[in-house]
Design a protein around this ligand. Structure first.
Ligand SMILES: Cc1ncc(COP(=O)(O)O)c(C=O)c1O
Length: 355
């Protein structure tokens, strides 16, 4: 599925208990157990929380990663990653990193015996190999860098680092996964301050790590619960992409088109159509996968419904009942290609059922 669709649906299936279309904020620290160790996958929220799971799966999908682990802040993610190495190990880092990362490395880890070499972005692009030795465990990159916006060639840096046996971490905060996916260029771990573009509304502090390496992932999950730098469920919820209504143009053949064009800025995101029969309409709305079968409208998720039996069931005896073959769509923010493909499949299914 395309990026926009994954942003809205990855990890965010309707809530299994209630069918809630929006991921609930599981504001709980603990979970009841049927017997000792027998539970529904959650026992304590430092270890795992369903809202956090939804966020981790969504952001991992956006980074093209198998594994995603969320933290209380970008720096919480940074310090957690530093637990992959120990005193005596070397970290080669771009010198133009976020100031808080520099402060952590130079004032907290260096005094404990961790070794750092700070290298200019240009020098990393030209001669990274010259700065690596057998003690170098991590090459720490930001690209574009904060604040000078230097750009590092991730693929070339990965080649040099891997040849020397070092991991490559890329802080992708400035680019966001929409613009750049470092794992696809060979990086081992991607870091985000979700406080920034991923949150997008300046209303939370959060961090995130993604990787395709199962050994690193296992360690990161272990460190997440062991160090305890976890984000709360409300902050996880706030990072999950939620945007306002999408617009959709009306058809010139519509009898009200000229008036709408004159008095409306655009034509809105609601579309209805008549299926060939009530049976087909009812079958079709149950067949779509990206379009979710639910009442209401105007959310970022695309919804499909059968008004005669759902939102307008009360008009059945009225002088103007909703046509029984009517299907109503509320267009969300998923990619148009995914929505069209899903609808086409459902319509093909309707044709097959009719023949
Ligand atoms: C590139 C980059 N990485 C990491 C961080 C740290 O993130 P946080 O403030 O969420 O701890 C920041 C914060 O500004 C940043 O700009």
């Amino acid at each position: 599925m395309d990026f926009e669709t994954r942003a809205i649906h990855a990890g965010q299936e309707p809530d299994p208990t209630t069918g809630s279309v929006v991921v609930p904020i599981y504001q709980t620290s603990t979970y009841v157990q049927e017997a000792v160790g027998e539970h529904k996958g959650y026992d304590y929220s430092r270890v795992a929380n369903p809202t956090r799971t939804a966020l981790q799966r969504c952001l991992a999908s956006l980074e093209g990663a198998e594994h995603g682990v969320a933290y209380a802040s970008g720096l919480a993610a940074t310090t957690t990653l530093m637990h992959l190495v120990g005193p005596g190990d070397r970290v080669v880092a771009v010198n133009d990193v976020y100031g808080g990362v520099y402060r952590m490395f130079s004032q907290i880890y260096e005094p404990k015996g961790y070794l750092f070499e700070w290298v200019r972005a240009e020098e990393i692009n030209d001669n990274l190999a010259d700065h690596l030795d057998e003690r170098t465990r991590i090459v720490w990159l930001e690209t574009p860098t904060n604040p000078l916006l230097n750009v590092i060639d991730i693929r070339a840096a990965v080649e040099a680092a891997h040849a020397a046996g070092a991991l490559v971490v890329v802080d992708n905060t400035f680019a966001s996964p929409y613009l750049q996916q470092p794992l696809s260029l060979g990086a081992d771990v991607v870091l985000h301050s979700t406080t920034k573009y991923l949150g997008g509304h300046s209303d939370l502090i959060g961090g995130f790590l993604a990787t395709n390496d199962p050994t690193i992932a296992e360690r990161l999950y272990f460190l997440q619960k062991s160090l305890g730098a976890i984000p709360g469920p409300m902050d996880c919820f706030l990072v999950l992409p939620r945007v306002e209504t999408v617009l959709y143009p009306g058809l010139p053949s519509h009898p009200g088109h000229a008036i709408a064009a004159r008095q409306m800025r655009d034509f809105g995101g609601m579309i209805s159509f008549l299926a060939e029969s009530e049976e087909e309409a009812v079958g079709l709305v149950a067949r779509t996968k990206v379009w979710q079968l639910a009442e209401s409208l105007g959310g970022v998720e695309s919804l499909i419904e059968h008004p005669a039996r759902m939102t307008h069931a009360s008009t059945a005896e009225a002088p103007f009942p909703a046509p029984k073959s009517l299907v109503r769509l509320s267009v969300g923010l998923e990619s148009a290609e995914d929505l069209l493909a899903d609808l086409e499949l459902a319509l093909v299914g309707a044709a097959a059922a009719a023949s």
